[in-house]
Design a protein around this ligand. Structure first.
Ligand code: URA
Length: 198
């Protein structure tokens, strides 16, 4: 079976050899191996690449707040991504200044890391995989949209593992209303209940 070090080397190699688009650096998963709970995000952003860890930027702050609200700490869970490099887009302003921002990974970019994520899942051997947002949802289930399945526990029969889809924590930034917040909070409560069941 692959080791954590092997995965890191593979991620480095795939990311450095990818020339179809400019990317903004890469990271690997973080947390204990093996681990009962594996959170799978989309792709790292600027802060994640700077600090070399997933979910340490703005979305990560929200994530950690809700994680601790259900009695879990970061060092008890494994956190990884679907695409391991930072997908970026550049824009040139009228003054000629270039700005760099994040973009969602393309399907082809997710597919570059298909085997890596499979191997990480095998290595971590989680009882439950929590997908954060649409990108890992589509990669690990047959659902088309997070709206139709969030907050529920499903069995992925290919992986023979439970998957619990959640909104991406950055959705809180785009949906600044009480209704969304309550629903998101409720999903974390449901995750806690699911963890007690499995
Ligand atoms: N968003 C993600 O999906 N992954 C990260 O690692 C950070 C932010």
């Amino acid at each position: 079976m692959a080791t954590d070090e092997f995965l890191k080397q593979e991620i480095k190699q795939i990311s450095e050899n990818y020339t179809a688009e400019k990317t903004g650096g890469f990271i690997s998963g973080d947390g204990p191996i093996p681990c009962n709970i594996l959170f799978v995000g989309e792709a790292p952003g600027k802060t994640e690449v700077e600090e070399g860890k997933p979910f340490v930027g703005m979305a990560g702050k929200n994530f950690e707040k809700f994680l601790t609200s259900i009695g879990l700490s970061r060092n008890e869970v494994r956190i990884t991504n679907t695409c391991f490099f930072r997908p970026i887009k550049t824009k040139e302003g009228t003054s000629g200044r270039i700005t760099i921002s994040n973009r969602p990974p393309k399907t082809s970019e997710v597919n570059l890391f298909r085997e890596i994520l499979n191997k990480e899942i095998e290595l971590v051997n989680p009882k439950i995989i929590v997908t954060l947002g649409n990108i890992p949802l589509k990669r690990l289930t047959n659902f088309k949209s997070i709206g139709e399945c969030h907050g529920n526990l499903f069995l992925n029969t290919d992986l023979n593992r439970y998957v619990f889809p959640m909104y991406h924590p950055s959705a809180l930034t785009y949906n600044r209303n009480e209704e969304f917040y309550s629903m998101y909070k409720e999903d974390w409560t449901k995750l806690k209940e699911a963890l007690n069941k499995i």
